[in-house]
Design a binder for this molecule. Structure first.
Ligand code: SAJ
Length: 402
């Protein structure tokens, strides 16, 4: 295949940047990955990884061994620059674009005419035009003539990143038409899904919409779980029966919404359109309040004992991953410990040890707990039968033990 671009520089080697960089390297591109952490750079250059994702270890090893993937602390001159840095929120739930700004500034010294700059980080509407293109323009380039800028939001699901990176449809929005066209041509060289054209602002909004859609729908399920609890009926029965309607498809309630994306991105919409985003804001608040609701239920049950043993099943932010960041399960366990509600036992089968907590086996937790709080629907927990816990008080936030 004729390719316009050969050398790719990926800035940010985290959950999106590293899989993208290694995939491109195995597709024959010469890839230079950049990260601010010397430890990350060294790890990758040894062919190892610093994050856990199925299949990523093998992909990175072969990318590094082929000589096509190298990591460094600084960018190098390239044809395409991909920015894949975090976009968290700061105080007041306002987007923190400092990583995008500094990544863009860093690459400007290495840009040359003909280059394509792609922002993959989830960003508030307007970021590609008003931040990325603006910084590049300020350093003397004419956008759409010398340097091309596009937004192509990542949409991969942790746990399935390597599959979804290739198979998902992608939305590509340039700050002008030529930028869109060039970015589409680039993505079509390694994506098997469809690559769809948009403007930069539309592409930014599409990404925020996807995660807000999921957040709003999870909030609906979480709200139902609290209503059904008050009514003394099983929300799981209600949802599975309601979902038999051909046009109803309710998601699953849980202890709250974790991870770096769904609990963050909707705020980017609220920040820019506070008046118009009442539903999106309320959904965020419903999901953010859910851990407190779970804690309150544990408190009520614990009050019946002198010093109960409370067994907590799961710490991860969702099923079958080892990622504990922004996890509602961790928030709940921390509070139970802080409030000294009892002796806390924790089982997290996805990790071998934890810096602050002693971890127990599932067997130990099941045997010794008075109150069992199921927080994550990991596969091993799905094997627990109701008869195995019939003597315990069960608070099953994921509807696993039924
Ligand atoms: N959750 C529920 N009930 C559900 C589904 C999820 O409580 O029915 C909870 C999970 O337990 C977890 C949180 O929501 O705490 C988020 O999990 P998730 O699997 O919905 O999503 P993430 O954060 O792993 O990945 C999302 C994905 N977005 C969508 O599905 C619209 C992914 O495609 C994005 O690329 C990713 O955000 C991102 O990086 O933006």
């Amino acid at each position: 295949m004729h390719r316009k671009f050969e050398n790719i520089c990926v800035v940010g080697l985290g959950y999106i940047g590293l899989p993208t960089a290694s995939l491109l390297a195995t597709k024959g591109y010469k890839v230079h990955g950049v990260d601010v952490s010397p430890k990350v750079v060294e790890t990758i250059n040894r062919g190892n990884i610093h994050i856990v994702e199925p299949g990523l270890d093998i992909l990175v090893k072969s990318a590094v061994q082929s000589g096509n993937l190298k990591a460094g602390l600084e960018p190098i001159e390239s044809d395409v620059f991909i920015i894949a840095v975090p976009t968290p929120f700061k105080e007041g739930k306002r987007p923190d674009l400092s990583y995008v700004e500094s990544a863009t500034r860093v690459i400007t010294s290495y840009l040359k005419p003909g280059n394509l700059v792609i922002l993959e980080s989830t960003s508030p509407v307007g970021t590609s035009d008003e931040v990325v293109a603006e910084i590049i323009k300020d350093s003397g380039f004419t956008i759409g003539e010398d340097v091309f800028v596009a937004h192509c939001p990542e949409r991969v699901l942790p746990g399935r990143i390597l599959i979804e990176l290739v198979e998902n449809d992608r939305v590509v929005g340039g700050v002008d038409e030529l930028s869109t066209q060039l970015a589409i041509e680039f993505y079509e060289t390694f994506v098997s899904g469809e690559v769809l054209a948009a403007t930069a602002k539309t592409a930014e909004m599409v990404k925020l919409t996807e995660n807000s859609f999921r957040d709003v729908n999870i909030a609906f399920a979480n709200e139902l779980s609290m209503i059904c609890d008050r009514e003394g009926i099983s929300v799981w029965d209600v949802i599975s029966l309601a979902n038999r309607h051909p046009r109803v498809n309710i998601l699953n309630p849980g202890p709250g919404v974790g991870g770096h994306c769904i609990a963050v991105d909707p705020w980017f919409i609220v920040d820019r359109s506070p008046e118009e985003s009442q539903l999106i804001r309320t959904a965020r608040e419903v999901n953010d309040r859910k851990p407190e609701w779970v804690i309150e239920r544990v408190r009520n049950k614990a009050a019946k004992f002198k010093k109960p043993v409370i067994g907590c099943l799961g710490l991860a932010f969702k099923a079958d991953v080892d990622d504990l960041r922004e996890s509602p399960a961790v928030e709940i366990v921390e509070r139970l410990i802080e409030e000294k509600l009892g002796d806390i036992l924790i089982c997290e089968p996805m990790i071998a040890s934890h810096p602050h907590y002693d971890l127990s086996s599932l067997e130990n937790v099941l045997k010794n707990s008075d109150i069992l709080v199921l927080l994550v629907d990991h596969k091993p927990f799905k094997k627990i039968k109701p008869t195995m816990v019939s003597e315990k008080i069960l608070i099953d936030t994921r509807g696993v033990i039924r």
